[in-house]
Design a protein around this ligand. Structure first.
Ligand SMILES: [Mg+2]
Length: 373
C-alpha cells in the first residue's frame, strides 16, 4: 500500500436543545451534548464520527468534556501517522494503550469507517458485508413526564405513520405510579401498538418481580434493564419467571458481557449500541454471539445525533433478523441538526442514505452555531 496517513484529529462538543424535556430514571435532558470528531487523512479524505452519552455523567463512566479531553490528549498522538485503512490494527493499538473509554473509541472507529467508505465509494454497511435493508423500523420514546401528554404525542405520531412502537422511560417514580402510567398508555393505544418499558436499572430484584407482574398483566411487550447492570443472575431469574421478554441494555455493554449473558440465558433480547460496545466491529461480534444463543436483537441508541445514529444504522442494516427493530430516533429529539441533508424518517422507519461512508456531510454553519467554545 502506498503511504497514506492520518494527519490531524479535531474534536468539538456540540450542544443541541431537545424538542421537550426528556425524563429518564437518572436525569432530565434539555439538550444533547455530542462530541463530534473530524479525522483528516493525507489523501484529502475526512472521516467524521460522534461519541455521545446521556445526561452528562449520570448514565455512563464517560462524559462529553472527558471524551473530548481523552481523544485530544491520549488518542490523537497514537492515531497521527497511522495508515487510516488499517482499522483493525489502529483499534487494537488503542485497546492496548487505552483502558475502557468505549464511547470515545466508538467515535474514532466511526470516523475511520466513514473515511474508508468514502475512499472506496461504498457505504459503511458494505465494509461489514453489505446491507440487507435500506430502512430500519424506529420506535419513539415517550418521556414527557405526563401520562396524557404522552398519549397525545403517541396518537399524533401513529397518525403521521412515523412510529408504531413506543418505549416508556420509567423507574424514577414509585413503582405503582410508574405501572399505572404505563398501563394507562397501553390501554389508550390498544393491542396493535407495541409498548415497551426501560427501567434503566432503577429497581431492586424484589421490586422488579412485583412491578413486572403488573406490567405483564397490562400487556406490556418488553421490559428493558429492570435491575442493576451487574446482576446477571437476577436477570436470568426474571427471564425464566416471566413470559414477557426481558432485554439487557446496560448489562450488555461489551462483547464479553454478551457472552456471559448468553451463557446463563439471562435475557431474551439484547440492545446493541455502538458507544457501549466500543465500535461497530464489536457490535457485530455481539450480534453473532446473541444469534448463536437464540437471543433476539435490537438496535439501541445513546440518543446520538445523525452521525452516531447512522453509524449504528449501517451495522444494523447488515443483521438478517433484527427482531425488535431500532430506537434510532435521536435526531428527531433535537431541535436542529448539524448535517447538510438530514435523515429521512417515514413509513415508521429510518431511511438509510445511499452515499459513501455514513452518507452525510457536516454543515459547518450549524457546527459554528452550536459548538461549545
Ligand atoms: Mg436502555
Amino acid at each position: 500500500m502506498s503511504q497514506l496517513t492520518i494527519l490531524h484529529i479535531e474534536t468539538m462538543i456540540v450542544d443541541l436543545p431537545t424538542i421537550r424535556p426528556h425524563h429518564l430514571s437518572m436525569a432530565v435532558m434539555r439538550k444533547q451534548s455530542m462530541v463530534i470528531i473530524r479525522l483528516f487523512c493525507s489523501d484529502g479524505i475526512e472521516g467524521i464520527g460522534e461519541s455521545t452519552t446521556i445526561g452528562g455523567i449520570s448514565y455512563a463512566d464517560e462524559f462529553p468534556e472527558g471524551i473530548k479531553l481523552a481523544i485530544d490528549t491520549y488518542f490523537a498522538p497514537l492515531l497521527i501517522g497511522q495508515d487510516p485503512r488499517s482499522i483493525n490494527s489502529i483499534m487494537s493499538l488503542l485497546d492496548k494503550n487505552i483502558s475502557g473509554n468505549n464511547f470515545a473509541k466508538s467515535g474514532i472507529e466511526t470516523a475511520l469507517l466513514d473515511a474508508q467508505g468514502k475512499r472506496l465509494n461504498v457505504p459503511i454497511s458494505s465494509l461489514f458485508g453489505g446491507a440487507i435493508t435500506t430502512a430500519l423500523p424506529v420506535l419513539w420514546t415517550l418521556a414527557s413526564g405526563d401520562t396524557q401528554t404522552d398519549i397525545d404525542e403517541a396518537l399524533k405520531l401513529i397518525a403521521q405513520k412515523r412510529h408504531h412502537t413506543f418505549k416508556l422511560k420509567i423507574g424514577s417514580k414509585d413503582p405503582d405510579t410508574d405501572v399505572a402510567h404505563v398501563a394507562a398508555i397501553k390501554a389508550a393505544l390498544g393491542r396493535d401498538i407495541r409498548v415497551t418499558v426501560d427501567v434503566n436499572q432503577a429497581w431492586t430484584e424484589a421490586v422488579a418481580k412485583r412491578a413486572i407482574k403488573k406490567l405483564q398483566a397490562a400487556g406490556v411487550d418488553l421490559i428493558e434493564q429492570p435491575i442493576v447492570k451487574s446482576n446477571f443472575d437476577g436477570l436470568a431469574r426474571l427471564t425464566s419467571y416471566f413470559e414477557v421478554p426481558i432485554m439487557a441494555d446496560e448489562a450488555a455493554a461489551t462483547v464479553q458481557d454478551v457472552f456471559k449473558l448468553a451463557k446463563i440465558h439471562a435475557v431474551s433480547v439484547i440492545a446493541l449500541k455502538n458507544a457501549k460496545a466500543g465500535g461497530l466491529r464489536a457490535m457485530q461480534q455481539q450480534a453473532a454471539i446473541a444469534q448463536g444463543a437464540g437471543i433476539a436483537l435490537y438496535g439501541g441508541t445513546m440518543l446520538e445525533g445523525s452521525i452516531g445514529s447512522l453509524a449504528t444504522a449501517h451495522l444494523c442494516a447488515t443483521i438478517p433478523d433484527l427482531q425488535w427493530g431500532t430506537e434510532l430516533f435521536g435526531p428527531l429529539l433535537l431541535t436542529d441538526d448539524i448535517v447538510k441533508k438530514t435523515i429521512v424518517y417515514d413509513n415508521y422507519a429510518l431511511q438509510i442514505p445511499e452515499g459513501p461512508g455514513l452518507g452525510v456531510e457536516l454543515d459547518m454553519n450549524k457546527i459554528e452555531k452550536y459548538k461549545r467554545n
